[in-house]
Ligand binder design. Sequence first.
Ligand code: SF4
Length: 427
Amino acid sequence: MLTAMPTAAPSPSPQATPVSRGRGDACPGTLRLHTADDGALARVRVPGGVLTADQARALGIAARRLGDGDLHLTSRGNVQLRALKDGCGPELARTLDAAGLLPSREHERVRNVVASPLSGLDGRGLGDVRPWLTELDAALCASRAARDLSGRFLFALDDGRGDVSGLGADVLVRAVADGGAWLSPGAVRVSAGDAARAALTAAEVFLQAARSQGARAWRVSELALPEGAMDRLVRQRLEAEGIGHEECPEPVGAASGPAPGVLDGAVSVHVPLGRFSARQWEELTRVCDTELRLTPWRGVVLPTAGAAASRAAGTLARLTATGLVGDPASPWLRVGACVGRPGCAKAHADVRADAAGALDATGGPGLPLYWSGCERRCGHPRGDHVSVVATPGGGYQVSTDRAGQNPRTVSVRDPSRVSAALTTSTS
Ligand code: SF4
């Protein structure tokens, strides 16, 4: 499964050159649509992946009425609507606003927050990140400075289990055993009550550092600062803001995302290639009592606290009957793909269809597999994986990317032979 390989966030390199871009951040949102080959695309930010049942229904209606009906999950637990009708922007904004999904027009693209999906549900974290999520989102939307964050800047709220800590967030808050929170950048412990404010402060320090370098950096890793300088700047600012903190070593321990199935306090399903059909989304909203949580690993978690085991099993059965994945051994958990044809003009192939066709060759446990429509490899996973890249001639290049090893690459001219190449590459 793609989730099984948490990796550390990249550190700012002491030798790095400040990134200075000639154009602004073109990341799509709900007010700034992106023009794709299959029509306009909207990216709806869903902090922590949390949607109320009513919000989920509103999104489904918007997808059916204005787009192609499908909902696409991103690697940050956000939702994309595709193939939107020309001129539908105002109606989309009204629909999302009415559902509470557009709390601030000026901040709609900067509400990028991932959070431990099972926090507060299965009793396994060191704290519940939901209060932090609510506070951070409110603080972001109230911050004039935060409007200048890029649509790529990412916050992560980890309940201590170490699942979202490995997603390379720019600002990480992680629950620690004594009830406080570890903050990075800063490398300090703050109180749980200060966690959200400290996270926003760290983001504001980033903006100030980027401005002072005259750079249009979108991510913390793009700043050219000596090692440890960002941590020191954050500590100074925390001091100035009166936010108590003490230096603290980085918490250890990593976990993968929720496995599909009936879990303690939740039902979890995986969404093949992150794409919900209209029918799957509709069924999801029918079985959702109060809220659902989209995960950064293309899954969804439904809280079931207090529900009888038979009811949870029934919920899982209804979802898997629509094609969502409830089996933790399913090969779908290891397979990802970019949008490919027909959505992307650069794609050389319909990689999603080809990935589905080669699923049987994916086999059991092994490296994650990522299919790309061209050599850009948008969205490819961090860490070791098998890369399947469409080539202009109609074939694929299959290569194994492992840290510290030269990639092994096989070219396959006939797409139907990709399965055979995968059988050797994924083992
Ligand atoms: S990898 Fe290539 S084909 Fe796929 S979405 Fe990116 S640009 Fe498009």
